[in-house]
Design a protein around this ligand. Structure first.
Ligand code: XMP
Length: 523
């Protein structure tokens, strides 16, 4: 998408580099993250950034061979913002001095956590409207610190332990901060980025409306008059990809929806009716419930369940895809975080949780080329694009649902009757959450049916039915999570409804495990 103004983020390995990109995208600025090793002079010539940001990083610039950007970045004549390690490397390269803090064995001050920055010197454009009440909360996380500024730099903000908290050379538009403006604990950090991109002349031309039109043109150019297959899971990513591609090439697209019989109440019908009837997208509904549940009979080990489902999914998908004559392309809902993950210099934690249900490996096996229209987008941008494409809000805002479906919410052996009970209970629980207006506050909520029966009493009779666990968590990315603090009233009311409305359950528990040490799903 070269027609957009572009900002380059050079990644030195910070845990939070992605958040910088998120903040900028929220400001409608197109940016890309590239690991520092890939950023050569030739790369800079080609990329033509209108501004550059240096991320933080775990290394120390005092070490021989520490990560550096090429010196030519300072000759581009564009504004540069250095963050934490980015500040330190900028100072060192431009003639200042950086010393190790206590943590790395030097005599200076390491600092981790909340700090307050106060203004110093002249007002600075990137700090416009930034300080409230004379000082501003920021998040510090550094062992080393700048001990002498590079020539041309002045101090514009200080904190008790960071005399060079905000520095800048206004004649060259180089700015550097010791703290992390991208994290949540720097509550006004967005303002700083906003001031920086304004100063760099960004017009905010990155919107999902504009992206949609460009993506459609790009898909048409890539695919020509050939056919495309898209695996539809009912999740947001594959659905948005499918609708976008359908807008671009119409009936040259066929979707394959592998229904493993482990979906939620009415889910398969909803997916089929939305795509086939509402969007008129050619759709193969591969109802393979018997195959999947048959092979899962007697299987209670979680890994074996996942592997069985993954293997069957690929087989079934391939069988149906082979029926589509002359298909040359396979569409995938790959997102930008997956792309960053695969090019990141540290490798990063790999996203293996997803590998089972995508069709990885299939494109080569079937001789298909990939169409990945969401490769440049974050999840929230995919949702915004979905809205542009007219997908219903109730669909776009849905909680994530794992590829192996209800199989991993049914610890122990999977039985059809247990799945039916689970579906009913889950529907009541989600209905409760929606009725109480809590759905959007929660990252994910579901019921797990437990492999135990317990004794109860209803009316005058004894019952001996399943126990279930309610799960609800808040999270930003699913990597860590906290359990949701429902009120006791809510929990009590929900338990009563489930026991009254769902035959087969006579006991309800609430799972109050966070992640870590738990995981979100039960298996
Ligand atoms: P866990 O249980 O690992 O889940 O804390 C983190 C997030 O990932 C989802 N999840 C999966 N998603 N295929 C998926 O597409 C899977 O095999 C899978 N396992 C877990 C889970 O629902 C949560 O959002």
């Amino acid at each position: 998408m070269t027609q957009h103004q572009r900002l380059l983020i050079i990644d030195f390995g910070s845990q939070v580099t992605q958040l910088i990109a998120r903040r900028l995208r929220e400001l409608n600025v197109y940016c890309e993250i590239h690991p520092y090793q890939n950023v050569t002079e030739a790369f800079l010539d080609e990329f033509k950034p209108q501004a550059v940001i240096f991320s933080g990083g775990p290394d120390t610039v005092t070490r021989e061979g520490a990560p550096k950007p090429p010196m030519s970045v300072y000759q581009l004549g564009v504004p540069i913002l250095g963050i934490c390690y980015g500040q330190q490397i900028m100072m060192q390269q431009l003639g200042g001095l950086v010393e190790g803090g206590k943590i790395s064995g030097g005599g200076g001050t390491a600092e981790f956590g909340r700090a307050f920055v106060s203004p110093a010197g002249e007002p600075l454009s990137i700090l416009k409207d930034w300080f409230s009440a004379g000082r501003e909360q920021v998040w510090m996380s550094h062992g080393d610190h700048v001990s002498r500024l590079a020539p041309g730099f002045e101090v514009y903000g200080t904190s008790p332990n960071a005399p060079f908290a905000v520095t800048g050379d206004t004649s060259r538009n180089f700015y550097a901060v010791q703290f992390h403006p991208e994290v949540h604990h720097t509550p006004n950090g967005r303002k700083l980025y906003e001031n920086f991109v304004r100063l760099a002349g960004f017009r905010g031309d990155w919107t999902m409306g504009a992206y949609k039109d460009e993506a459609i043109a790009k898909i048409r150019a890539q695919v020509g008059d050939k056919k495309v297959i898209c695996g539809l899971s009912g999740g947001v990513d594959s659905s948005v990809a499918a609708v976008l591609i359908h807008e671009a090439i119409g009936d040259q697209l066929t979707c394959v929806f592998v229904d493993h019989g482990l979906l939620r109440l009415n889910e398969a019908e909803e997916v089929v009716s939305m795509f086939r009837d509402h969007y008129n997208i050619p759709l193969i509904h591969a109802d393979e419930t018997d195959l999947f549940l048959g092979e899962l009979e007697g299987v209670s080990d979680p890994e074996q369940k996942r592997k069985t489902i993954g293997r069957l999914f690929i087989d079934v998908f391939q069988k149906h895809a082979n029926e589509i004559d002359g298909a040359e392309f396979l569409a995938q809902g790959t997102l930008y975080p997956d792309v960053i993950e695969s090019v990141s210099f540290s490798g990063g934690p790999s996203v293996t949780i997803k590998s089972h249900h995508n069709v990885g490996g299939l494109p080569e096996k079937m001789g298909l080329k990939l169409v990945e229209p969401l490769r440049e987008l974050f999840k929230d941008e995919v949702r915004a694009l979905g809205r542009e494409l007219g997908l219903p809000e109730s669909f776009i805002g849905r909680h994530p649902f794992p590829g192996p479906g209800l199989a991993i919410r049914c610890p122990g052996e999977i039985k059809r009757d247990k799945l039916d009970i689970l579906r009913q209970a889950d529907a009541v629980y989600i209905d409760q959450i929606r009725k109480h207006g809590l759905y959007d506050e929660i990252w994910q909520a579901f019921v797990a049916i437990l492999p135990v029966r317990t004794v109860g009493v209803m009316g005058d009779g004894r019952t001996y039915d399943y126990a279930c666990a309610l799960r609800a968590v808040t999270s930003v990315d699913g990597m860590t999570a906290d359990y949701y603090p429902f009120t006791h009233d809510f929990l009590g009311e929900t338990a009563t409804r489930i026991i009254n409305e769902v035959a087969g359950i006579n006991r309800v528990t609430y799972d109050i495990t966070s992640k870590p040490p738990g995981t979100i799903e039960w298996e």
